[in-house]
Design a protein around this ligand. Structure first.
Ligand code: GLN
Length: 188
């Protein structure tokens, strides 16, 4: 199993480490050509969505990546990656717009900009969750399955081949979410 990790900016190395520890292969997607490499899934990491979104456009990668995800490539977006995949972003225009959710950026405000908590994830029981200037999901379409909520706000969700978390599972010592994504790839 080979997972491409978008490596334009942000926390991509940590995602590679996670999936490789779970026995999958990974490689970095740094340009348009890398989208032609054989991959069974793609990870869009956290970072700064405005920066990654602009690079995706400047490098002419956005259209192709969008089509690949819409055609069923399993995709996992964390934090900024969630924002990139959202069909709607409160007050801003969307990027890849593949998933039927409305994201609110920097949604926890300044004081709660970064925090750590434990909440249940799907049927998996409680897992650690690190939030860093995180978004949350304001609205989710009826095809979207909510996997986690934090303070009453949706912070993890799945729609078919697409998985998003507002938090950073690659930064905690727990493999639940990456294992969940690799299982999605196996199902696909
Ligand atoms: N606040 C960032 C953004 O809006 C996301 C932060 C993150 O990925 N940790 O892009």
């Amino acid at each position: 199993m080979r997972v491409g990790v978008l490596a334009l900016q942000g926390a991509f190395a940590e995602h590679r480490r996670k999936v490789e520890n779970l026995g999958a292969q990974s490689f970095e997607i740094r340009g348009k050509k890398d989208l032609d490499r054989q991959m069974d899934g793609v990870i869009l990491p956290g970072g700064e969505s405005t920066v990654i979104g602009k690079l995706l456009r400047d490098l002419e990668m956005a259209g192709k990546l969008r089509t690949m995800i819409l055609n069923g490539l399993p995709a996992f977006g964390t934090c900024a990656g969630l924002i990139l995949m959202a069909q709607r972003i409160k007050g801003e225009s969307a990027y890849l717009a593949t998933m039927d959710i409305t994201a609110r950026r920097n949604a926890y405000g300044r004081q709660l900009g970064s925090f750590w908590t434990e909440e249940s994830f799907g049927e998996e029981g409680k897992i650690p969750m690190t939030f860093i200037r995180a978004p949350y999901i304001d609205e989710a379409g009826n095809k979207v399955m909510v996997l986690a909520s934090t303070g009453g706000k949706i912070t993890a969700a799945r729609q078919d081949n697409q998985l998003v978390t507002a938090f950073h599972p690659e930064l905690d010592d727990d493999d639940t979410v990456h294992r969940y994504f690799l299982d999605m790839i196996k199902e696909a």
